[in-house]
Design a protein around this ligand. Structure first.
Ligand code: SAH
Ligand code: SF4
Ligand code: F3S
Length: 439
């Protein structure tokens, strides 16, 4: 039996922003255990691969990443696989990758310290429980924060879209209590966060009792956080059309700190496909929501997610999706080729679409999205707006930040990370804008 006592760690997160949040929390746990983060470019004694299972390649990537962790001298670090692949394929990973010593699911990672003790003693440990008591209560209270930081407020999904693994990997929908979130947000701001993005698989399904004992939706939480003086900006993602309440829409018109950006995935522009996806909204009901959102906040930037090549998708269905994108004029959009996920209903549906057809549709869809994105950015040229500085740019003296509409903006000036500055937008490309510091 070998015994290893890791001193340094590295957490590598893949997939969605919630994995980034979870990865940060695991780092905090490991720090609390006395380990330190491995410096950039140096090998770590313990590597946590915090994985995503949403599409095929993501899972395959895990195995190649495991392989790549082998060092030149043939040794391997202590490897833990966390995240959604761990949840879905934990046993398979243990069987297929002997160098993996720990497998931990997204609802069990608060038990990582204990698992580490057992792994140090030479055991291989799997924990993919979904305990009734939430992990959040067991996580360290002290938080680290970047200028722009994530805060998980809601987790899990009860929607069961027929293509999606999330309800299986993350479990049922839960909302974290208002009080815990209000406290965590304040700690994040004390640690330097100026922007908080509230996260959830269905973030707008969040509900809780506020400090007056009234039941509120996400807008209630947003209004409370907006009262934190040093917090400049609030965002939230990802929302489901069915949980887009009028109260939340109204908040977009009333809460200055709530940024004018809404990510509201629709997936397809064809009602027939939406029905097969079990999305439980139609194109019309989706557009009606956007109309109300735009009435509350006319300058709002809209983004969405699209799947091309869902089983049975005809050229006509796809044309409907293109039409919807054209009509909405998204400021950004994420698009994916349908990937059959084991155990989901769509994986065994008839009429799976050929790879070449999907490739072609994805290319056409992305070309249209780039066109819309570029047009949106170009329409911003000439605006004088606030930019929150997140990091240094590639060039000497250059800074990178985000506009209220989540556009990347670069400019020069005597400023610092975390500053909220006024910038004139001068030039636009598909993915970023160049600006001039006004003050
Ligand atoms: N909870 C969010 C996002 C879930 S995953 C929502 O409901 O919108 C992020 C995106 O991945 C989805 O919006 C969808 O576009 C895409 N996706 C999910 N499962 C997929 C699959 N099997 N194949 C291709 N894309 C998928
Ligand atoms: Fe997946 Fe649908 Fe739930 Fe989003 S709403 S996480 S796409 S099942
Ligand atoms: Fe991926 Fe799990 Fe997020 S499957 S997208 S890491 S919820």
């Amino acid at each position: 039996m070998t015994s290893t006592a890791p001193k340094t760690y590295r957490v590598k997160s893949f997939g969605c922003q919630m994995n980034v949040y979870d990865g940060d929390r695991m780092s905090e746990l490991l720090t609390q255990q006395g380990l330190s983060a491995a410096p950039e470019g140096e090998d770590a004694d313990l590597v946590v691969l915090n994985t995503c299972h949403i599409r095929e390649k993501a899972a395959e990537k895990v195995y190649s990443d495991i392989g790549r962790l082998r060092r030149d001298d043939g040794t391997v670090p202590l490897i833990a696989v966390a995240g959604c692949v761990a949840q879905a394929e934990g046993e398979e990973i243990m069987a297929r990758a002997p160098s993996v010593k720990m497998v931990v699911g997204p609802q069990a990672y608060h038990r990582l310290p204990d698992m580490l003790e057992r792994a140090k003693a030479g055991q291989r440990v799997t924990d993919t429980d979904m305990p009734a008591q939430t992990k959040f209560d067991a996580l360290p209270k002290t938080r680290r924060a970047n200028t722009s930081t994530f805060l998980t407020v809601q987790e899990g999904c009860d929607k069961f879209c027929t293509y999606c693994v999330v309800p299986y990997t993350r479990g049922a929908e839960i909302s974290r209590p208002f009080k815990d979130l209000a406290e965590e947000a304040r700690r994040l701001v004390e640690a330097g966060a100026r922007e908080i993005t509230l996260l959830g698989q269905n973030v707008n399904a969040w509900t809780g009792d506020n400090d007056k004992g009234q039941q509120v939706g996400l807008e209630g939480l947003i209004r409370d956080l907006a009262a934190i003086p040093d917090l400049a900006r609030i965002r939230y993602t990802t929302s489901h059309p069915n949980d887009m309440t009028q109260a939340l829409i109204d908040a977009h018109g009333e809460v200055d700190k709530l940024m004018p950006y809404l990510h509201l995935p629709v997936q397809s522009g064809s009602d027939r496909i939406l029905r097969a996806m079990n999305r439980s909204h139609t194109v019309e009901s989706y557009l009606e929501i956007l109309k109300r959102v735009r009435a509350a906040r006319p300058d709002i930037a809209l983004s969405g997610d699209f799947i091309v090549g869902f089983p049975g998708e005809t050229e006509e269905d796809f044309a409907d999706t293109l039409r919807l994108i054209d009509q909405v004029s998204y400021s950004a959009a994420f698009s994916f080729k349908y990937s059959p996920r084991p155990g989901t209903p769509a994986a065994t549906m008839d009429e799976q679409i050929a790879a070449e057809v999907m490739d072609d549709r994805l290319k056409r869809l992305q070309a249209l999205v780039i066109e819309k994105q570029t047009a949106f950015n170009q329409a911003s040229v000439g605006k004088v707006t606030q930019v929150l500085i997140e990091k240094r740019g590639r060039l000497e003296g250059q800074w990178l930040g985000k506009s209220p509409w989540l556009q990347s903006v670069h400019f020069e000036g005597d400023v610092a990370v975390g500053d909220l500055v006024t910038v004139e937008l001068l030039q636009a490309g598909p993915n970023s804008l160049a600006g001039r510091l006004v003050f």
